[in-house]
Design a protein around this ligand. Structure first.
Ligand code: FAQ
Length: 329
């Protein structure tokens, strides 16, 4: 019922040829005052569209992001590691659900968002199109991928759309546990046998650059950034977050006794930051276009899960109808 009302609001928005200037001015004043915009508040159509795009992509990333790790649940090296990995994957499913719910408050149904993912219209993070080859990849994903996700998501706790900001508070708490469990796996391997240390180094070599790319294109080539920053959807730029991630993560790698696969990485006293080598943006855009190493497998796994789960959705819907009838009687 809630969604239906919001869908009406959304339909009304779409029927307007332009946003009324007085409503736009009031909206912008609220954003400038750092007030949250809530689902039933008036908002420009483009703000709504940008939020649905970003939040649904974020939700899809959480769900698709369970696949590389799911691959290792049955092969975790101990019962403790298996239980921890299972809990992490379960958290990520939960993150996806909070985020789909936040996007639904904007008048877009879960089915529409999932259809957009499966038909290739909606994106998900490039990082999940790389294969997980060894157990050390579970360490590297937790440490680097969750580490990058936290760096990006902490500012989103102050994003201007209330339901998204509130979802991010809980997600960030769980992501920091994920980051630590990844680092702990890396610590164990880096302090283990020579073969284990080699495995940790190999995982770092493969995951470093894709993690750096997660923050998105450079600021001067990021078409959505300027407007999203003005609307306070994004609070910090792609490059600033990327730099912060590198500055925090390099000392962690050094503490593990591992080396980073970037010969140009060097502390710059004058800038008070690490300098880093050129990023292969060709690779990034190819993965965004769907040419990632395991992109096809990822999407076919999601489509199969959706199709296999059809009977569960039908049963839940039939149960809801039965329950509503019983309540009405
Ligand atoms: N992958 O103009 P911008 C996680 C697209 S969660 C794919 O800079 P924007 C948890 C972008 O969509 C990870 N596409 O765009 C976990 C746009 O295309 P569009 C996900 C990308 O939106 C851990 C175009 O390029 N996190 O990891 C990527 O202002 C471990 C131009 O880019 C979020 O989604 C990319 N990496 O900034 C789970 C956080 N980067 O849409 C399991 C929320 C850019 O116009 C295991 N999202 N593109 O067709 C954001 O903060 C932003 O959307 C950015 C991109 C920063 C990702």
């Amino acid at each position: 019922m809630y969604t239906t009302e919001l869908q009406k609001v959304s339909a009304l928005d779409n029927s307007l040829s332009a946003d009324p200037p007085e409503l736009v001015a009031a909206f912008e004043a609220r954003v400038a005052a750092d007030a949250f915009i809530e689902p039933k508040d008036w908002m420009p159509q483009a703000y709504r569209r940008t939020l649905v795009r970003q939040i649904s992509q974020h939700a899809h990333s959480e769900i698709v992001g369970t696949l590389p790790e799911g691959n290792w649940i049955t092969r975790a090296p101990s019962l403790r590691r298996k239980a921890v990995l299972l809990a992490k994957v379960q958290d990520e499913c939960g993150h996806g659900l909070y985020l789909y719910c936040a996007a639904e408050t904007l008048g877009t149904s879960r089915e529409q968002m999932i259809e957009a993912l499966h038909s290739g219209k909606a994106k998900y993070s490039t990082i999940f199109n790389y294969p997980t080859l060894t157990w050390a990849d579970m360490g590297a994903i937790g440490w680097l991928v969750d580490g990058a996700a936290i760096m990006n998501q902490v500012p989103l706790q102050r994003t201007s759309y209330g339901p998204y900001a509130r979802a991010m508070v809980r997600i960030c708490k769980e992501e920091s546990f994920h980051q630590r469990q990844g680092y702990e796996i890396m610590m164990t391997l880096a302090n283990g046998s020579a073969a284990q240390k080699r495995m940790a180094q190999d995982a770092l070599n493969r995951w470093w650059w894709p993690s750096i790319m997660m923050f998105g294109p450079p600021d001067d080539n990021s078409p959505n950034s300027a407007q999203s920053m003005r609307w306070r959807i994004k609070r910090e730029s792609n490059d600033d977050l990327r730099q912060r991630f590198i500055d925090v993560t390099v000392p962690q790698a050094l503490a593990l006794g591992l080396t980073l696969p970037d010969p140009e990485l060097k502390w710059n006293e004058a800038r008070d930051h690490y300098d880093y080598g050129p990023i292969d943006w060709e690779e990034f855009y190819a993965v965004v276009r769907g040419e990632g190493q395991v992109a096809k497998e990822r999407m076919s796994a999601r489509v199969k899960a959706w199709e296999d789960g059809a009977w569960v959705r039908e049963a839940a819907a039939a149960h809801a109808v039965k329950k509503a009838k019983r309540n009405a009687a």
